[in-house]
Ligand binder design. Structure first.
Ligand SMILES: [Zn+2]
Ligand SMILES: [Zn+2]
Length: 342
């Protein structure tokens, strides 16, 4: 089969690789579509998977059809499916405590698209209990956004948004705009988003979930945020993983406000801890999602309560993947989610 392999720093290549063999304990999926995620770009930059080895097949936001159902006898061949790209052990303290997304075995276990073959390929193997059937009401474009929508939902749940809360979202990439949508669903009274890129600001505005969109590079940003929120935001969800973003969030929060760090930066960040101290800010991380949050995202998308299809701004074939990664790594990619179709 064909697959896109990460062969070195900033180098993805189309390769002929063996068809993944199942031993009867996995589901084999024929891939229909896969989204490109910010974390894929991190791997692309380094040329190595999470295990520090080259040759990884990326891709963890996918959908497809059943090629071999394996132990999932409830699934017909050709049935449309997706899956959680997680592989919790089920036995550790996190897993037994309902936090399987924080499994203590972590990356010691194979995780699709991170340290084991992902969906930039014609076929891939899936852990049977992670597979979800897709209703016909969900298109491929919508299906590849279930996973990012689950990430955004988890960040919103971590923030603990209540009806009427004033919410600041830093970063207007796919996760930022999905956080805005969930914040609205959760009942936020004021939703403000800051973003440095003009294309993404216009996109966020077009979605209608935000009351105001501000330029993240505006020197008056903090001043404008304070004006918009009155006495400060109740919570801020930082999705950009940039120092300036964390700074703006801490400055714009009310005393005892909540900062949720939902962006991924492989480099250490500098944040003004003094602001957190003197305002007694509660700082929380948000990583991945609970299994049921993935299912909630799927249901909300299927029932058209969460609009995601417009986030796919480009669809490409295998031959365009390397060029597209180059474009996406530029400061102004002018894209939201790019979807690959094998
Ligand atoms: Zn992702
Ligand atoms: Zn575990």
């Amino acid at each position: 089969m064909h697959a896109i392999r990460l062969e070195g720093p900033r180098l993805l290549k189309l390769a002929e690789v063996p068809m993944p063999e199942t031993d009867g304990r996995q589901v084999r999926m024929r891939v229909c579509a896969c989204g490109i995620c910010g974390s894929d770009l991190h791997y692309w930059q380094s040329g190595l998977g999470m295990d520090g080895k080259p040759g990884l097949i990326l891709g963890h936001e996918f959908c497809g059809t059943v090629d071999d159902p394996g132990p999932r006898s409830d699934l017909a061949k050709e049935a449309r499916i997706t899956a959680l790209p997680l592989n919790p052990c089920g036995f550790c303290e996190s897993c037994t405590g309902g936090l399987s997304h924080l499994c203590l075995q972590g990356m010691k276990r194979p995780i699709p698209g991170n340290n084991s073959p992902g969906a930039f390929a014609e076929y891939m193997l899936l852990r049977p209990d992670m597979v979800r059937a897709l209703p016909d009401s969900i298109s491929d474009k919508q299906a590849v956004l279930i996973e990012p929508a689950a990430v955004a939902l988890h960040a919103v749940r971590q923030a603990g948004i209540k009806v009427g809360d004033r919410v600041l979202i830093v970063g207007g990439g796919p996760i930022g705009v999905l956080v805005a949508a969930w914040a609205r669903i959760a009942g936020a009274g004021l939703v403000v988003l800051s973003e440095v890129d003009a294309f993404r600001r216009a996109f966020a505005k077009s979605r209608g979930d935000v009351d105001a969109v501000l330029n993240g590079k505006d020197p008056e940003l903090v001043c404008k945020l304070k004006k918009l929120s009155g006495s400060g935001f109740d919570m801020a969800i930082e999705t950009s993983a940039k120092d300036q973003g964390c700074h703006a969030a801490l400055a714009a929060l009310k005393p005892r406000g909540t900062l949720v760090l939902a962006g991924i930066s492989f480099a250490a960040q500098q944040i003004p801890t003094l602001l957190a101290v003197i305002k007694e800010i509660r700082i929380l991380g948000a990583f991945a999602y609970h299994l049921d949050e993935f299912d909630t995202a799927l249901t909300f998308i299927a029932e058209k309560r969460l609009a995601v299809e417009d986030l796919v701004t480009k669809t490409i074939g295998f031959d365009e993947v390397q060029n597209t990664f180059q474009q996406l790594s530029s400061p102004l990619p002018d894209q939201m989610k790019v979807m690959i179709k094998p």
